[in-house]
Design a protein around this ligand. Structure first.
Ligand SMILES: *Cc1c(COP(=O)(O)O)cnc(C)c1O
Length: 365
């Protein structure tokens, strides 16, 4: 079934890692069949999957995934961040794609197995983290148009650079009017594999216009701001003690980000009066021009909190604040990192520590 593949370069801590390439040594797998359900999870060396050319997932896209991170805490243990929330979301995604959901207990056990096995590969370098990628894919060999009768679960991981500059570089964004990411009643609110390839064209258009990222509007009115690339968006209204943070409500066109949820929770505790409120492109533009909207940032597991500096909309464009990362953006970013790295108490139980203390290994640290 499997053939070993080389793991990450152990000198990875000093090199800049390309996201999604420095895989760790193991993976956790299970398969599902109608008469047996999900099988016991197996931890095994990371290796190739052998799939039939008629594999349903490849043809019809019956596949969902997740993305979460584990960090090496100051006390040396490696802890996954909010894995239960990701387990829950993957069950919702699976049901939407007619895939038998994996139990939350199995999901968490898979995370434990992989973090315990490969956590030692994560150097004691706070600019690095371990990104965990669960996948549920239909692997039956049959091209009939119906839900498959065989599925595979694979959890793999890679090491990735952190985002630790004190002043993260703001990105420029292009508002897409020609393409939409999600449609009402569609799959935009679940982590479905097919949601992503159609966005690359719009992303390329953004780059042609000199922007780094694309901003998605709602599919019906092409007016309400939904997301940026594969990340959720936040806006800051006002400044100083009056600042409040806004993010678009979960209308079905947005992916309910775990980072979004985390930041809403942290913002409330920081007195930032978070609101889930629709925001139109017109309000974004005039709010910046008139000084009501002072900051904007995107958030997601991969890149954490990323400030947005400049917006282009067709022939016009505007700058948000002074175009640099604002104080509320930086405060929320630091609060998120502090919780992920266990530098603050964890009243919400967001950290799930590997049972065995995973050592960084002196030769690699
Ligand atoms: C995964 C994802 C997000 C961010 O979700 P997190 O749980 O915060 O990582 C936002 N938008 C899209 C489209 C996504 O796929």
């Amino acid at each position: 079934m499997t053939q070993a593949i080389a793991g990450p370069d152990r000198a990875a801590s000093t090199a800049r890692l390309e996201f999604g390439s420095a895989f760790t040594d193991h993976m956790v797998m299970s398969t599902w069949q109608a008469d047996q359900g999900w099988q016991r999870l197996r931890l095994q060396p990371r290796g190739l999957l052998s799939v039939d050319p008629a594999c349903v997932g490849l043809h019809y896209g019956q596949a969902v995934f997740e993305g979460l991170k584990a960090h090496r805490l100051d006390d040396g243990t490696v802890a996954a961040f909010r894995p239960a929330q990701h387990a829950h979301r993957m069950r919702i995604s699976a049901r939407r794609l007619s895939i038998p959901p994996l139990s939350a207990a199995d999901f968490l056990q898979a995370v434990d197995l992989l973090v315990e096995a490969d956590g030692p590969q994560l150097p004691a370098d706070p600019t690095l983290s371990m990104y965990l990628r669960p996948l549920l894919v239909a692997t039956e060999a049959n091209l009939a148009l119906r839900p498959a009768r065989e599925y595979t679960f694979v959890l793999q991981a890679f090491l990735t650079g952190g985002f630790f500059a004190d002043q993260p570089d703001p990105v420029s964004v292009w508002i897409s009017h020609d393409h939409v990411r999600a449609i009402p009643g569609g799959t935009g609110d679940v982590k479905y594999a097919g949601n992503y390839a159609p966005t690359y064209l719009a992303q390329a258009v953004a780059v042609e216009h000199g922007c780094q990222q694309v901003v998605w509007l709602d599919a019906v009115h092409r007016r309400w701001v939904e997301e940026m690339g594969g990340m959720n968006l936040f806006f800051v209204r006002g400044r100083g003690g009056d600042a409040e943070v806004l993010t678009p409500p979960l209308t079905g066109g947005l992916l309910p980000g775990v980072t979004r949820d985390t930041l809403l929770t942290l913002a409330a505790r920081m007195g930032l009066n978070p609101r889930e409120e629709p925001i139109s492109v017109d309000e974004w533009r005039s709010g910046c021009a008139e000084g009501r909207i002072t900051e904007a940032f995107a958030c997601g597991t991969g890149a954490g909190v990323t400030p947005v500096g400049v917006v282009k909309d067709g022939h016009s464009g505007w700058t948000i604040g002074d175009g640099r990362a604002g104080p509320v953006t930086l405060a929320l970013r630091n609060a998120l990192l502090a919780r992920q790295y266990g530098r603050l108490p964890d009243p919400d139980g967001w950290l799930r520590r590997a049972a065995a203390p995973a050592s960084a290994g002196d030769e690699r640290a």
